[in-house]
Write a protein that binds this ligand. Sequence first.
Ligand code: FAD
Ligand code: MG
Ligand code: MG
Ligand code: MG
Ligand code: MG
Length: 551
Amino acid sequence: GAASSGGLVAYADSKSDDVLDKPQGPPKKKVVVLGTGWGGTTFLRNLDSKLYDVQVISPRNYFAFTPLLPSVTCGTVEPRSVVEPIRRILEKKGGDIKFWEAECFKIDSANKKIHCRSNIGTNLDGNGEFLVDYDYLVIAVGARSNTFNTPGVEENCHFLKEVEDAQKIRRSVMDCFERASLPYLNEEERKKNLHFVVVGGGPTGVEFAAELHDFVTEDLSKLYPSIQHLVKISLIEAADHILTMFDKRITEFAEDKFGRDGIDVKTGYKVVKVAKDAITMQNPATGDIAVPYGMAVWSTGIGTRPFISEFMKQIGQGNRRVLATDEWLRVLECDSVYAVGDCATINQRRVMDDIAEIFRVTDKDNSGTLTVKEIQDVLDDIYVRYPQVELYLKSRQMNGIADLVRTAKGDAEKESVELNIEEFKKALSLVDSQVKHLPATAQVASQQGQYLARCFNKMKDAEENPEGPIRIRGEGRHRFRPFRYRHLGQFAPLGGEQTAAQLPGDWISIGHSTQWLWYSVYATKQISWRTRALVISDWSRRFIFGRDSSC
Ligand code: FAD
Ligand code: MG
Ligand code: MG
Ligand code: MG
Ligand code: MG
């Protein structure tokens, strides 16, 4: 009747409005983002979503604040305080970004399609699979835990990667205490159940060991007074020291503190097998030793996801370990595909590979030699394109390029020096030693996500006004400056309200005040006011009432 025809009119009206409002032009390009972790979420938050037709695909419909996962393992922070629903993040942006809760299992870059599978529902074929087209693909799927094919790890160890992992660990710690309290166990069996083993002395393993130690001494010792003296925490590391990515002073402090706390730090031991009730480790001096344990957490590094390895083979990167991009985060040898975060690595171009080209571009007057002035003229471009040059000069305390030129020529000639190609090569022969791989951190992933969003936002502009350095190979300019990582420092929480921090410029700070810095940095970095409020209230609750041991 009247109601339905009214609806029809309204529909037709809105449709014609739509047509009138629409700017005449080609349809928006389709951007597909894989992953809702640090890289993907930061990209989405910074993307001008009006410019594109955006679709997000991830098996996880939330973002997880991973730096607080170790705190979730012992109930210092609740699981829901470290996650933010992706739909809430997308809704805040206002645009109509689509989200599909599914996993990508194949990238078909030849046809610009990705194959996805939902594991919460099936389609008419009964398999939950679907195809998505893209114009641009942003891969931000992170990495998987790496067992290095050590037997028994998959079956018997916990990982600490996802929120579910942290919850399982929490449950398992409590189970060990309850099991060790049962009336029919002998002392030996109680000890075994209360032996907690952490494999991997990196930041995550160390933080978990510290967190567990605090949980045991501050909270569980009161609830399990008769067995608390049987608890043992071991931290196993194959290298000679723990926290090797940090300054020596932090490593030493951490090893000393763990020693005083009674955490058994076993450096130089490699775990070779994990059975149901014993972990076998190896050391050249002692040979194999098998140690009974109650619970083990495996935290020794990351590897490439199988579907990414498949994709790498498909595009001719099969001989690499990690998906490689150029400095603009474009996947090498693959059109319109970008990758950020833990799933990828930047293949920084070497100066020595391009040295003849660099020489040619620099030698403006084609004299066959370079003056200091000629080099100076293109130096900014060289610094942007090859950041290792600037790092090298800094590391040698050289005062700009003139110093380098003089060093290459020897001290005799001080005035108006010119370099030929051989001398230029010699002068720059060591700069590539400063090329470093970026660490697999949230800091890197989020800076990359932000950078890439900025490029996408300016894609049109930059075609007319390129901002990048002169192209060394071929003519013209790059449209964008390459990605440049800014290291803001790194924390290592060590338990007992003490944290170590290594800030830029080798500024080291360790202790209780650094723990407060840690609290304030991580409160600030929260993705929303909601999670910020939850995290701060979790911390306060813990200070007043201790950690919750029921779960
Ligand atoms: P992730 O954040 O792992 O995101 C990957 C996303 O891809 C997820 O949403 C996942 O569900 C999704 N995905 C997976 N497979 C598929 C698929 N097939 N299709 C579609 N989507 C898929 N870094 C720091 O800088 N500071 C810290 O203090 C710190 N602490 C950490 C503590 C722990 C316990 C852990 C595990 C990591 C920590 N990190 C820290 C490292 C940091 O979390 C990672 O470097 C960061 O998460 C990498 O971001 P990403 O976007 O590459 O991957
Ligand atoms: Mg991501
Ligand atoms: Mg994440
Ligand atoms: Mg990376
Ligand atoms: Mg010249």
